[in-house]
Design a protein around this ligand. Structure first.
Ligand code: ATR
Length: 275
């Protein structure tokens, strides 16, 4: 129930209609009896500055930032966390003591979702498909966990840009041409391209490059052609809902300082997956 004391949180994005975050966060607030609510805000790029200013003006407690604003929002904030600085993107803003602080919980979400499935990245060889915004956060998470990172992307210059940004964290290389032989070097394959969002999207790599020994992780959800093909081959396959869950849990904790009720949030996503 909304009262005079309700604290407002939400999400800024364009488009925003498909977001699952309000369902997850409102269920979580409800579970813990916290007087908070979470609402979607359809924010167009040309209104982003005004929207960020409104966080303070309206005393909004915090927001998530999603596509296409994660990078551009940084210049409107008072402070950003070290992770967000390296990744170059913010997905969570906290309004505290009249200061806006930006965080990135995507890298944490990715790593935590793998840990939940007993996948340890330390010393693993990981091939990351994609070099866009999502890939940058994941690259950071992969390197922070001590894996060796190889990046493959349609636009090579973007892969090299990630390499240059993250070289200081560990071993990073760019794969210019992919084939079955090169794929044998990797234990883990991560799709961080946007391919799979649309039904008729091509696959980010040809399925014949996969071996049953590969662990295949796709950040797109609910499921993609890549995931289905990998399952057929016998790979261990992990979809994007886990990352979505754990990044949300971390945002929840940043705003409320309470541990997120994971099972309740997971239940929300399970219901979505059934539909
Ligand atoms: P996001 O924020 O979801 O990461 P993005 O920054 O636009 O979105 O990045 C999209 C990623 O998907 C990029 O790696 C992009 O490749 P390019 O860097 O070459 O653009 C990749 N991608 C999108 N459509 C693709 C396609 N048809 N074939 C190959 N890669 C594609």
């Amino acid at each position: 129930m909304i009262t005079g004391k309700t604290k407002i949180t939400g999400i800024f994005g364009d488009p925003i209609e498909h977001t699952l975050s309000p369902l997850m966060h409102n269920a979580a607030f409800n579970e813990l009896g916290l007087n908070y609510c979470y609402v979607p805000f359809h924010v167009k790029a040309e209104r982003l500055k005004q929207a960020v200013e409104a966080i303070k003006a309206l005393n909004i407690k915090g927001v998530n930032i999603t596509v296409p604003h994660k990078e551009r929002v940084i210049k409107y904030l008072d402070e950003i966390s070290e992770e967000a600085k390296y990744i170059g993107a913010v997905n969570t803003i906290l309004n505290e003591k009249d200061k806006l602080k930006g965080f990135n919980t995507d890298a944490y979400g990715f790593v935590r979702a793998l840990k939940e499935k007993n996948i340890n990245l330390n010393n693993k060889n990981v091939i990351l498909l994609g070099a866009g915004g999502a890939a940058r956060a994941i690259a950071y998470g992969i390197l922070k966990e001590g894996a060796n990172l190889s990046i493959f992307n349609r636009t090579l210059s973007k892969a090299y840009k990630i390499k240059d940004s993250f070289n200081f964290m560990g071993n990073v290389e760019v794969i210019e041409k992919i084939d079955s032989k090169i794929m044998l070097n990797f234990q883990i394959v991560v799709n961080a391209t946007s391919l799979g969002l649309k039904k008729d999207d091509p696959m980010p790599i040809a399925p014949e490059y996969l071996r049953r020994e590969h662990i295949v992780i796709d950040i797109v959800y609910p499921d993609t052609t890549l995931m289905r093909e990998a399952e057929k081959i016998g790979c261990k396959v992990i979809g994007g809902l886990g990352m979505l869950l754990w990044q949300a849990a971390k945002s929840f904790e940043i705003w409320t300082k309470h541990s997120a009720p994971i099972e309740v949030m997971k239940g929300v996503l399970k219901n979505f997956n059934k539909k």
